[in-house]
Write a protein that binds this ligand. Sequence first.
Ligand SMILES: [Zn+2]
Length: 78
Amino acid sequence: MSRKLVNREVGRLIAQTNGAITTINESNYKVKSKSSDNTYTVTATHSGWTCSCPDYARHNAKCKHVYSVEFCRYRNKI
Ligand SMILES: [Zn+2]
């Protein structure tokens, strides 16, 4: 699987985990890492979602935390 697909699948798992995502407000979310005790901040910007994790910083592309917030928001709408 591509990195993108892996991130998407892990993001879905995070979104299904109770307590993994904390809503700060419409555009800020805290997401608990699955692999460590770290918590990352996912933020909406004009150009899309950003995340404070090292993976996002390295690739500048959607990480699993961004996907998890997207899944979470989508689920809450339906
Ligand atoms: Zn991230």
